[in-house]
Design a protein around this ligand. Structure first.
Ligand code: DOR
Ligand code: ZN
Length: 425
């Protein structure tokens, strides 16, 4: 195993130091280190962060390998500074059995670029009718702890209650895609002034807020852990704020796109901006940013949702919802939060690792800690070029935008997955 001597790096914005990475861990930290036989990485001007952890990634395998594979998505993740991702269950077949979650887990190990932690479906086939084999998935080699029907809401309150009760035994989590289905029938975008003007059917904020309000009450009643996927409205933030103040065991995520873009994008009719939940208003964006800073929203999660060209480059009404996220998440966080490295580490690494229970991830680089880390050049600015992305899909809403920050290197257990801004494999 090669040793790496990272010279002159700023750990989370602190004064420059050296890090020696050997045998999978950070072996030493301090100025003026030397190590015979180690490969030197000149990290002057670079910031070291704990490897990022994504709680919400769509890897599309099995079933839609034309849009993404576990390997291509893992590569995109590594290039984005991630060392672990949680793979959503809405594959084909759905990850609702021990067999499928083990398959995804094994493919992740084979790719070896990030740790891939499968999420299991809550209900069989994501159909919202019968609970999937949650216990079998938990007991499988994939050791599933998070369950989600993401893409669909677990709308039946009785089923949601049962799911929360079931996972309590092993301190599991139900991650809810909060969307009241009756309130969003035929919805194409956020319900508001823009949808009225464009004549597109609206997806009202209350469809999200009503489910979150119900689910925090259910989680409180049962005493289980609830995670709310892709929170997108100011009203949702207030529901979460009240629930947290009461001590409900609820965590929540926001996506980079909901922190940056608004429903005004729909005016272009470019389906690259179609996503679920939809892009909201500038007031919602402001509330989400504030909630991310004050902690009512716990983490940034990408909802990386690759789609094949034929599913995305078509009429708005027929396009699938979703956008790429892994390779642009940290630059957007930098853009939105500024170089607040401790906050970025908290929201994009430590807290998601803790929620998902991913041992060895989310730990600041320090002696004895597993060497899962990423090196960022905060001074670099890059134009997003869809053709340069490692994802098999091209549906980035940031094409042509200049974003701050470049991920220079990523290490997974001491082995580089990215060096000089390029994937090692
Ligand atoms: O925009 C979305 N795309 N939202 C979801 O909930 C699912 C995801 C997908 O799988 O494409
Ligand atoms: Zn979702």
């Amino acid at each position: 195993m090669t040793a790496y001597l990272i010279k002159g790096v700023s750990v989370l914005g602190a004064a420059p130091t050296d890090l020696l990475i050997r045998d999978g861990v950070v072996a030493e930290a301090g100025a003026g280190l030397s190590a015979a036989g180690a490969t030197t990485v000149d990290a002057a001007g670079l910031v070291a962060l704990p490897g990022l952890v994504d709680l919400h990634t769509h890897l599309r395998e099995p079933g839609r390998e034309d849009a993404e594979t576990v390997e291509s998505g893992s590569r995109a993740a590594a290039l984005g500074g991630y060392t672990a991702v949680c793979a959503m269950a809405n594959t084909s077949p759905v990850a609702d059995t021990a067999g499928v979650v083990e398959q995804v887990w094994r493919l992740g190990r084979e790719a070896g670029l990030v740790d891939v932690q499968p999420i299991g479906a809550v209900t069989v086939g994501l159909a919202g009718e019968r609970l999937a084999e949650l216990g079998a998935m938990a007991d499988s080699a994939a050791r599933v702890r998070i369950f989600s029907d993401d893409g669909h809401c677990v709308a039946d309150p009785r089923l949601m209650r049962r799911a929360l009760e079931y996972v309590k035994a092993f301190d599991g989590i139900i991650a809810q895609h909060a969307e009241e289905p009756r309130l969003t029938e035929g919805a194409q975008m956020h319900e508001g002034e823009v949808s009225t003007r464009l004549g597109l059917t609206g997806w009202p904020a209350v469809a999200e807020e009503a489910i979150i309000a119900r689910d925090v009450l259910l989680a409180e009643h049962v005493g289980s852990r609830l995670h709310v996927c892709h929170v997108s409205t100011a009203g949702s933030v207030e529901v979460l704020r009240q629930a947290k103040a009461r001590g409900v065991r609820v965590t929540a995520e926001v996506t980079p796109h909901h922190l940056l873009l608004t429903d005004a994008r729909a005016e272009t009719y470019d389906p690259v901006y179609k996503v679920n939940p939809p892009l909201r208003t500038a007031e919602d964006v402001a509330a989400l940013r504030a909630a991310l800073v004050d902690g009512v929203v716990d983490i940034v999660a990408t909802d990386h949702a690759p789609h094949a060209v034929e599913d995305k480059e078509c009429e708005w009404a027929y396009a699938r919802p979703g956008m790429l996220g892994l390779e642009t998440a940290l630059p957007i966080a930098l853009d939105v939060l500024g170089p607040r490295w401790d906050l970025i580490a908290e929201r994009m690494s430590r807290t998601p690792a803790r929620i998902a229970g991913l041992d060895g991830h989310g730990l600041d680089p320090a002696p004895g800690v597993p060497a899962n880390l990423t090196l960022v050049d905060p001074a670099a600015r890059r134009v997003v070029e869809p053709g340069e992305l490692a994802s098999r899909s091209r549906n980035t809403p940031y094409a042509g935008m200049t974003l701050p920050g470049r991920i220079v290197a990523t290490f997974l257990r001491g082995e580089p997955t990215v060096l000089d801004g390029k994937a090692v494999r």
